[in-house]
Design a protein around this ligand. Structure first.
Ligand SMILES: Cc1ncc(C[n+]2csc(CCOP(=O)(O)OP(=O)(O)O)c2C)c(N)n1
Ligand SMILES: [Mg+2]
Length: 584
């Protein structure tokens, strides 16, 4: 038992659970937390807008699979941070956010920055839809028990963000505190493997199939099951396609990898999924983006293909498609058990399966060749294909690549990823700009890995303050800004459907195209910066930026209409065209 302030007790517990970095911003409510952090082994990374803190924590978790702490003050400090929680929630990234709140003895009395018009200390309600669980800590004695539960909720099951809203007087209040041992308060084993008979049923279905396919989603990534998935797919001779958040679940240079499915996707992946008679779904909610708006002609033939769905979250099983076998389990737990059985029986793929994989491999190789040809384009403004190819060429295998909305589907289609922890794509929530700050988290998580974030000019300008933070905290991230003078991912829909012109391009006084000088901005911040106009200058510029060991911004004049080779579809296109959706 030690006499500790709430802040010191909180920080000691977080350290016990392995938290070693905090992204956040000061305010009158969290000064005791800052003091406790300063006295701890936790590194504090101050940001200039709280949105960056949650994105950075998201990037940190995805690169290292360890939760970071996000610290904000009450009211606007907390609400600024909300957007990044959405990405963490929908893409499964654990983080613990602590927001200071009004003193509890003033509860409901509109203390400075308290939200109390519909209830006392209601800021927590603003965050509820964006977290796995939120706590309005009601008593100093509940602070540590609530915190420990918060960490458990964030890091188990499908990982996600949690919030503790803590009255500021609890941070300073001393109390005899017994800091519990972390390992005694966490599950020792979270594999939750299914019963042998269930695995037998799954293997029987897969063995009897003529055109089986595996869909690996974010759940396969979160289960850290790359080795297990690769072994399983090889043992049975089944191709693996991934969703956007499942990218890297199997290495993209493995010959069982057959592309990805989405509203864009890749043609081979869609064909495999569409003709499949048995589909093993590993950790995907099979939502709108993954299934071309649930289109039976392109994606899964619901009701026809037999689906084995494995998910750690019971809510997702059988949610959008009827399942033949619905299994609530950790993806790695399922694969571990299945692989053990396959090994014990020395299972190897049948001849037809081996030749099917060879055929798929040839198709994938032809598709990659097509992409490679476009990646040599010399045109100015520079083609996105070329840009992606140059980044892949300079980034070593352990390098981390990040992107958010905009070209994320092109990245999944055309940028080879060998391991999921080396790729960050905003998937479910899709915040424009998230990757700009997530890059800082990724670099702090893996200081040895070169980090490149390829972001749109719209994305970059929304979170430009990240450069300031990177300079202050010496985080050498390279941002490649695709400067196309506008929100081109949106303007392409606007143009396609004849929906006018306003709001999607950057112009000065409504006239000529406008862009800040991003390189000059970076230099003004103390970072490195350069402008790239010609494709041939890209590689040396990227190499120089990486070698500089400093935060660096490359302003790359990029074509305004990337050529999406879409083999999937999105219902919203019908809607914008005024066609009645089959789902409406
Ligand atoms: C915070 C946020 N606001 C708006 C959007 C809608 N949105 C999706 S893509 C996009 C345009 C992105 O522009 P930019 O970053 O310049 O990339 P580009 O599409 O030009 O390649 C917008 C505004 C979003 N996803 N997130
Ligand atoms: Mg743009």
């Amino acid at each position: 038992m030690k006499n500790l302030s709430g802040a010191h007790a909180t920080v000691q517990v977080l350290e016990q659970f392995g938290v070693d970095v905090c992204f956040g911003m000061c305010g009158h409510t969290n000064l005791w937390m800052l003091k406790a952090i300063e006295e701890s082994g936790i590194r504090f990374v101050g940001v200039r807008h709280e949105q960056m803190a949650t994105h950075a924590a998201d990037g940190y978790f995805r690169a290292k699979r360890k939760p970071a702490l996000v610290l904000t003050t009450i009211g606007p400090g907390m609400t600024n941070a909300l957007t990044g929680l959405g990405d963490a929630l929908l893409d499964g990234a654990a983080m613990v956010m602590i927001a200071g709140d009004a003193p509890n003895y003033f509860s409901g009395q509109e203390a400075f920055q308290e939200l109390s018009n519909i209830g006392e200390a209601e800021q927590v309600s603003a965050a509820r839809p964006l977290v796995k669980r939120a706590w309005r800590v009601a008593h100093r004695a509940a602070l540590i028990p609530n915190l420990v539960e918060a960490i458990r909720v964030a890091t188990t099951g499908n990982p996600g963000p949690v919030l503790l809203s803590v009255p500021l007087n609890f941070f300073s209040e001393m109390r005899e505190e017994k800091i519990p041992a972390a390992r005694q308060q966490m599950p020792t084993d979270t594999f939750s493997a299914p019963r042998k008979s269930t695995i037998d049923d799954a293997l029987r279905l897969l063995n009897g199939a003529s055109n089986p396919v595996i869909i690996a989603g974010g759940g396969a990534v979160n289960a850290e099951a790359q080795a297990e998935l690769t072994e399983f797919a090889h043992a049975l001779g089944i191709p693996v396609v991934t969703t956007l958040s499942g990218c890297g679940a199997i290495s993209q240079d493995d010959d069982h990898h057959a592309g990805f499915i989405s509203t864009v996707g890749s043609p081979i992946a869609h064909k495999l999924v569409n003709v499949s008679d048995v589909t093993l779904v590993l950790g995907s909610r099979l939502g709108e983006m993954e299934t071309s708006s649930w289109d039976n002609q392109i994606s899964l033939r619901g009701g026809q293909t037999k689906i084995i769905q494995v998910d750690i979250d019971p809510r997702q099983v059988g949610r959008f498609y009827p399942v033949q076998l619905g299994i609530v389990a950790n993806v790695r737990g399922f694969l571990d058990e299945a692989n053990a059985l396959l090994r014990a029986n020395s299972v190897a793929p049948s001849k037809p399966r081996v030749s099917r994989i060879a055929e798929i491999k040839a198709q994938v190789a032809a598709w990659k060749k097509e992409i490679r040809e476009t990646s040599t384009w010399e045109a100015s403004p520079i083609a996105v294909e070329r840009l992606l190819a140059e980044i892949r060429a300079v980034l070593p295998r352990n390098g981390i690549f990040l992107t958010d909305v905009g070209i994320r589907h092109m990245v999944a289609q055309q940028f080879e990823t060998y391991h999921p922890s080396r790729l960050y794509v905003g998937s479910g929530w899709g915040t424009m700009g998230g990757a700009v700050a997530a890059a800082i988290g990724a670099k702090l998580a893996c200081p040895e890995a070169p980090v490149i974030a390829e972001v749109g000019d719209g994305a970059f300008t929304s979170i430009m303050g990240a450069v300031v933070t990177a300079v202050e905290h010496e985080v050498p991230v390279v941002w490649v800004v695709m400067n196309n003078y506008g929100y081109s991912s949106i303007s392409v829909y606007q143009a396609k459907h004849g929906l006018g012109k306003i709001g999607t391009s950057f112009r000065e006084g409504g006239g000529p195209s406008y862009s800040p000088d991003y390189a000059a901005f970076a230099i003004a911040c103390g970072a490195g910066g350069a402008t790239v106009r010609k494709a041939a200058d890209l590689r040396p510029a990227l190499e120089k930026a990486l070698a500089s060991g400093r935060p660096y911004v490359l302003d790359v004049l990029t074509e305004s209409e990337p050529r999406f080779r879409a083999s999937g579809r999105w219902d919203v296109n019908d809607l914008l065209a005024g066609v009645k959706s089959p789902h409406s």
